[in-house]
Design a binder for this molecule. Structure first.
Ligand code: NAP
Length: 331
């Protein structure tokens, strides 16, 4: 191949029209890497499974009392996996355990605890080990968000968010990863968000935390993949759960298109089988994540202000008074 042909193929120009200004970017694609990626990462599911056999193995799901975590529990139990469920609301965990027992006859262990307590991840790990359980699949899902202006943001609540969304997830990953790499199999799904791909105004701590989860998981994916362990970041867009009630914007789901937890979990497990380093359920969410990478950072962050900017109404307004607009996703 001629030198000029190689240059064009590997570094092709991309022209973007941003509000009348034309921006020319050069996108570099290392072709050999692309073909190697297709052979390994995107290998068909049947060729090399992440979990040799789901049945009769144990999965630990954090934040299993509702939403995405509860759905993971249902789907994994349907595949014959035994489950360790953890969250703070004991009644919901017990109800779910009964449901799984009735429907699938699998074993379920419950641990009630607050993972934003710095000692809790190790306590959980020790307790699980003392019951002689080996965790084959870890789903680091527990998390919450907060939407609000600078004045509305409570510093202690943000520390709690950091401890739960980032510190507990990191601790559990490093507690379970060495055992998995030693055995040569296992999987970890760390729940990030499409908010991981850009800063989001009015939820700066949450979006920065999810960027951490994405980068942390991808870096470990690269390290662990040759050891038979897959670590994947799950980056959902808006999903119908209690998340937005907890975040203080309960009417968000009424105004946005959202995915079901069933869809998110199905896409996630399919991607794990393909040993992907991250997955974004939904084409619109995926395209959005690509778009923000190409657009100027200032423009991106200013654009996010529209999502959660408080709007005054006749009653005086508040952060629940969200703007009426067609935002595709964010959480
Ligand atoms: N819903 C979305 O649109 C969306 C989008 C992108 C990413 N996500 C992420 O998905 C994950 C799951 O959220 P979800 O949407 O399923 O919301 P959810 O229904 O509110 O579930 C959150 C789960 O985390 C648990 N949790 C919260 N605080 C905890 C604490 N201190 N200690 C232990 N467990 C705690 C909750 O259980 P207890 O209250 O019983 O403790 C609950 O089981 C989160 O990491 C979230 O950031 C959600």
């Amino acid at each position: 191949m001629e030198m000029w042909q190689r240059l064009v193929l590997r570094h092709f120009p991309l022209v973007l029209d941003i509000g009348g200004d034309v921006l020319i970017c050069v996108v570099s694609v290392p072709l050999q890497r692309v073909s190697r990626w297709r052979e390994t990462v995107a290998a068909p599911a049947g060729r090399s499974r992440v979990i040799d056999d789901y049945a009769d193995r144990w999965a630990l799901v954090t934040g299993a009392s509702s939403g995405i975590g509860a759905e993971f529990a249902r789907v994994l139990a349907a595949r014959g996996m035994h489950l360790i469920l953890t969250a703070r609301r004991e009644n919901l965990l017990k109800g779910l355990a009964e449901e799984l027992d009735t429907r699938h006859g699998t074993r379920t262990e419950i641990f009630v605890g607050d993972l934003s307590d710095p000692d809790e991840p190790k306590r959980l790990f020790d307790e699980i080990a003392s019951r002689g359980i080996q965790v084959e699949l870890l789903i680091n899902n527990a998390g919450f968000g907060f939407v609000g202006t600078i004045d509305e943001t409570d510093a202690d609540r943000m520390q709690q968010l950091i401890r739960l969304n980032m510190a507990a997830l990191t601790a559990l990953t490093y507690l379970y990863l060495p055992g998995m790499t030693e055995r040569g199999h296992g999987g970890i799904i760390n729940v990030a968000s499409v908010a991981a791909f850009q800063p989001v105004a009015y939820m700066p701590v949450y979006s920065a935390g999810k960027a951490y989860v994405l980068h942390f998981s991808e870096a470990l994916w690269a390290e662990a993949r040759d050891k038979g362990v897959t670590i994947m970041a799950l980056c959902p867009g808006t999903t119908s759960t209690e998340f937005f009630d907890v975040a203080g914007v309960s009417n968000w789901l009424k105004k946005q298109r959202s995915h079901s937890t069933e869809y998110v979990v199905r896409k996630s497990l399919k991607a794990l089988e393909k040993k992907r380093q991250y997955v974004i359920p939904g084409l619109a969410n995926y395209l959005l994540s690509l778009g923000v990478r190409l657009a100027p950072r200032k423009m991106v962050v200013k654009e996010t202000m529209k999502y959660f900017r408080p709007r005054k109404n006749k009653q005086g307004g508040g952060k629940d008074d969200l703007p009426d607009q067609e935002t595709k996703s964010d959480a």
